[in-house]
Write a protein of this length. Structure first.
Length: 242
């Protein structure tokens, strides 16, 4: 597929919903992930990202305005050893628990862990569940992404797609999000994750993504750069609510 521009992908879509970007810096030394959330309702917009251990969770900015915590309060990022899990819902915990089983013959893969889940029960949108896992070991880096979605809005069928990227190319990432654009119902993401270019250090990349998200709908952004040689990482969080 042709390499696409993150700027164009974001600016051409006023409501991509929630999105995950995973890839590698141009110098090939760091693994990159970004996760953002957007909102149309007051309940969805009333959120911030906060640190939780090595990961993050969503939290109501104004608890008095929180009307329904289901589907909006969860841990988008968790770390399991040399694996970093990034998702748009509580399937983060499902993946973590599946891959954390102590007996080797009971451990589940990323794809197997998601077999117990499907799209979100938010009719008529049936928002896709998008997930990613980054694996760094002995100076090697690979990642996988997944989307669980209804069959063209039919909740009787769940379509499951997993995309795996071994030894990803320096300066390249893949971008997956929940919606193709605004609408009612919201149209689910289609196709495979888009190949996009990664540029700049963590601060430049964080600013670039945040500035290109729709001003009215963006809520929060998380970015992490992980040193592939050492596993050390640095993170950034940007919240519209302050």
């Amino acid at each position: 597929m042709k390499m696409l521009s993150i700027e164009q992908e974001l600016k051409s879509n006023s409501y991509p919903g929630r999105g995950i970007i995973i890839g590698k810096t141009p110098d090939g030394k760091k693994a990159v992930t970004a996760y953002f959330i957007m909102g149309r309702s007051e309940n969805s917009r009333n959120r911030v990202f906060v640190e939780e251990g090595e990961g993050i969770h969503t939290q109501a900015f104004d608890p008095s305005k929180l009307t329904d915590p289901s589907l909006i309060i969860y841990a988008p990022v968790r770390v399991l050893g040399n694996k970093t899990i990034v998702t748009n819902g509580d399937q983060t915990d499902t993946i973590y628990e599946g891959m954390d089983r102590q007996l080797m013959n009971q451990q589940l893969t990323f794809e197997q862990s998601l077999r117990s889940r499907e799209f979100e029960p938010d009719a008529p949108n049936y928002t896709p569940r998008i997930s990613g896992v980054m694996h760094i070991e002995n100076g090697r880096y690979n990642y996988a992404m997944s989307i669980l979605k209804s069959n063209n809005g039919n909740p009787e069928s769940c379509n499951r797609y997993t995309f795996a990227y071994e030894n990803p190319k320096a300066g390249e990432a893949h971008f997956i999000h929940t919606y193709m654009g605004d609408g009612n119902p919201l149209p689910s993401f289609e196709g495979e994750p888009a190949p996009v270019a990664i540029e700049g250090d963590i601060d430049a990349f964080t600013s670039f993504v945040w500035e290109n998200l729709n001003e009215d709908n963006k809520v929060s952004l998380f970015v992490r750069y992980i040193d592939i040689a050492t596993g050390a990482y640095e993170s950034r969080i940007v919240n519209k609510n302050k």
